[in-house]
Design a protein around this ligand. Structure first.
Ligand SMILES: Nc1ncnc2c1ncn2[C@@H]1O[C@H](COP(=O)(O)OP(=O)(O)OP(=O)(O)O)[C@@H](O)[C@H]1O
Ligand SMILES: [Mg+2]
Length: 289
């Protein structure tokens, strides 16, 4: 059951609710532990007046999570410098809450399973490789696997999952980072929150940003000086073709009709990524010196 009022479906599990002239987001969970985790994170962040979250409205139904709807809020656009700068500053602020909050003490938070997640992505990509060839050819499929396997090998040598541990949002895609009508950055959707090295999430944020800025890592590191402090293990994460793998795995969950449409974007996206990867690899090794 979701609260009564006028409901507009946003996604399978998310609605916009209008009640007594007020608007809310309503999210339905299937897992008690996830909704508890999300509640605890908001409580903890509110206790230190963390500014980049949205209030939570208490509910009787434990599996329903309600927040005020941010009228006029827009997902950040990583093509825009201001959105990159402000979302990165908000992410640093989130990670810096470890000075006030002992995230590792929370029984609801688990370490971010980076290596398991990425190995799983490679395994699944191998499974769809044959079908993928029909869209991008065997050469490109092999290239993606080549980069992914080389990167995961390098990552395994350097990655320490307990270094500089803090709260990670867990899903720093642009549509989970909203700019509200007053210009303030707000994180929503802490479903995948976990503990882990701050640098891991910064690298995941860079993965999201790079396709929007022609993979120009030098430009990004100049523009965002805080990135220059990134440790070697986190910089090594940049070698993994995370977005390409994720997008192709998602592609094969779509209906044939949606695939047809999506292929028109995903094929050039993949070709662009692969054409930039050798230079990206060179740049990452250079900034790692
Ligand atoms: N409080 C809010 N104010 C304004 N918009 C919101 C709010 N909560 C959610 N939304 C909108 O609804 C979308 C889906 O919400 P949410 O991210 O929580 O769901 P989700 O199922 O986890 O999505 P995904 O898995 O795609 O990230 C958001 O991307 C955002 O556009
Ligand atoms: Mg979301």
């Amino acid at each position: 059951m979701v609260p009564d009022g006028k409901l507009e479906k946003i996604k399978d599990n998310v609605w916009k609710l209008e009640k007594d002239g007020n608007r809310f987001s309503v999210k339905r969970y299937h897992s008690n532990s996830t909704v508890m985790k999300v509640h605890r994170i908001h409580q903890a962040l509110r206790s230190v007046s963390f500014p980049h979250i949205v209030d939570v409205i208490a509910q009787e139904n434990q599996l329903t999570f309600v927040q005020p709807w941010l009228d006029g809020a827009k997902a950040v656009n990583f093509k825009k410098r201001a959105d990159r700068t402000d979302s990165l500053a908000a992410l640093h602020a989130l990670h810096n809450t470890k000075a006030q909050l002992d995230w590792h003490a929370s029984p609801y938070l688990h370490p971010y399973p980076l290596i398991a997640k990425w190995e799983d992505r490679i395994r699944k990509f191998r499974e769809i490789g044959g079908e993928c060839e029909a869209y991008i050819g065997k050469g490109h499929v092999d290239e993606i696997l080549f980069y992914a396997l080389n990167a995961i090998g390098a990552v395994k040598k350097t990655y320490k999952d307990n270094l500089d541990g803090t709260l990670l949002h867990g899903d720093v895609v642009h549509h989970n980072i909203l700019r509200d009508k007053d210009g303030k950055i707000r994180f929503i959707d802490f479903d995948l929150a976990s503990t882990g090295p701050a640098g891991t999430e910064i690298a995941l944020w860079i993965h999201r940003v790079l396709p929007q800025i022609d993979y120009d890592i030098d430009y990004l590191f100049d523009e965002q000086p805080s990135l220059q402090k990134l440790d070697l293990a986190s910089k090594t994460l940049l070698l993994f073709p995370n977005e390409v793998l994720r997008e192709w795995l998602h592609f094969f969950t779509l209906s044939p009709f949606s695939r047809e449409r999506q292929a028109k974007q995903l094929i050039p996206f993949t070709e662009s990524a692969l054409s930039h990867w050798p230079k990206l690899w060179y740049d990452v090794e250079r900034i790692n010196i």
